[in-house]
Design a protein around this ligand. Structure first.
Ligand SMILES: CC(C)(COP(=O)(O)OP(=O)(O)OC[C@H]1O[C@@H](n2cnc3c(N)ncnc32)[C@H](O)[C@@H]1OP(=O)(O)O)[C@@H](O)C(=O)NCCC(=O)NCCS
Length: 331
């Protein structure tokens, strides 16, 4: 990377709403069963918000925890980036709502939309702001309330998604640790495999768009699955090779949690050590922009994020969007 200033993650905070939606609950709502969901996805339960709780609420809680861990005040921040596909509303940006709820003065920010890759894309955008010297403290939040756009009569999608948020603080690094490299790619030819058709400028909200269930997630699961298995491994392989690393060098592989089978297929292809692969989809489902910071927290609790640990983040999502990031954990 061409930046002059090395950048590190200096704090992490996560938040999930307390209410659980278990496989047993879903068995009562649609024609499905615990065994199918676990075998095909790896998910046992997910967290969902109560009515009236929005993405900015989850994002603000995660942000507060990251700031508390670092021991700084909201107004010490320079910028707040919110990665989300479920903003509280089209506008204002969720970043503005989070800024206000935190009481962060003299801060700017914006939302970034890249579905399940949005957190790693925002992480890289924030990294560039610090790397150029423009900023010293950038908060990057991944947050989604997927339950707000899921059709709970559609068994193909409602078993997969959950709600959650995570935030990391980016700061200049004064040693060789921190963000090392990234590789991102988008492929709009996959747009029709995973999308929410209604409510935008193409299909503004009408009674008809509601009747046709156009305000929910629509997914061709097998197309997404095949693309994810192929591309997540491809980008990770490329980023490892150009940094002269092998899969077995990775201490913590922190992938987007979309499906346990996608994660293990990727890990096998890359020759990762099984103990380095972070999986928490069983507890959270797919929280879209929330998965990677939530999985960072799991890695930390499992003792796999120590100062100097070699970490690879990997994402794939609607768009299609793909991302891979290499870093050394810095604290
Ligand atoms: C969605 C997904 C779990 C479905 O698994 P799959 O193995 O591909 O299953 P299929 O779609 O082929 O369906 C197999 C059968 O299970 C059924 N099925 C689908 N959902 C089911 C459910 N929740 N419970 C029980 N049966 C279900 C299907 O109707 C189908 O039945 P049929 O053979 O009688 O037609 C899987 O495709 C997947 O995870 N795709 C990627 C999705 C993803 O990651 N999205 C987010 C990207 S960021």
């Amino acid at each position: 990377m061409a930046e002059t200033q090395r950048v590190k993650i200096s704090a992490l905070g996560t938040y999930v709403p307390p209410r659980l939606l278990t496989n047993a609950d879903l068995e009562k709502m649609v024609e499905t069963n615990d065994k199918w969901i676990i075998e095909r996805t790896g998910i046992r339960e997910r967290h969902v918000v109560d009515q009236g709780v929005a993405t900015s609420d989850l994002a603000t809680e995660a942000a507060k925890r990251a700031l508390a861990e670092r021991g700084i005040a909201p107004s010490d921040l320079d910028a707040i980036l919110v990665a989300t596909v479920t903003p509280d509303m089209f506008f204002p940006a969720t970043a503005c709502l989070v800024q206000h709820k935190l009481g962060a003065k003299n801060v700017w920010g914006f939302d970034l939309s890249a579905a399940c890759s949005a957190f790693v894309y925002a992480l890289q955008a924030g990294t560039q702001f610090v790397a150029t010297g423009a900023h010293k403290k950038v908060l990057v939040i991944g947050a989604d309330v997927m339950s707000s756009i899921i059709d709970y009569t559609d068994r193909a999608t409602c078993v997969i998604f959950g709600d959650g948020a995570g935030a990391v603080l980016l700061e200049p690094a004064d040693d060789s640790l921190g963000i090392m490299d990234f590789l991102h790619e988008i492929d709009g030819s996959g747009g029709c495999a995973l999308y929410m058709p209604g409510g935008g400028s193409l299909h503004p909200s009408t009674h008809e768009t509601v009747d046709k269930k156009m305000h929910y997630v629509h997914q061709d699961g097998q197309a997404v699955f095949k693309f994810a298995v192929r591309k997540m491994a491809d980008l990770c392989d490329q980023i490892l090779k150009r940094n002269n690393l092998k899969g077995s060098d990775i201490d913590a592989f922190i992938p987007h949690q979309a499906n346990q089978r996608i994660i293990t297929a990727t890990a096998d292809r890359l020759g990762l050590r099984p103990e380095s692969v972070i999986i928490n989809i069983d507890r959270y489902g797919n929280t879209t922009a929330g998965t990677i910071p939530l999985a960072m927290e799991t890695a930390r609790q499992e003792g796999k994020l120590k100062k100097g640990s070699l970490v690879m983040l990997a994402s794939v999502g609607a768009g299609f969007t793909v991302g891979a990031t290499l870093l050394r954990w810095a604290y």
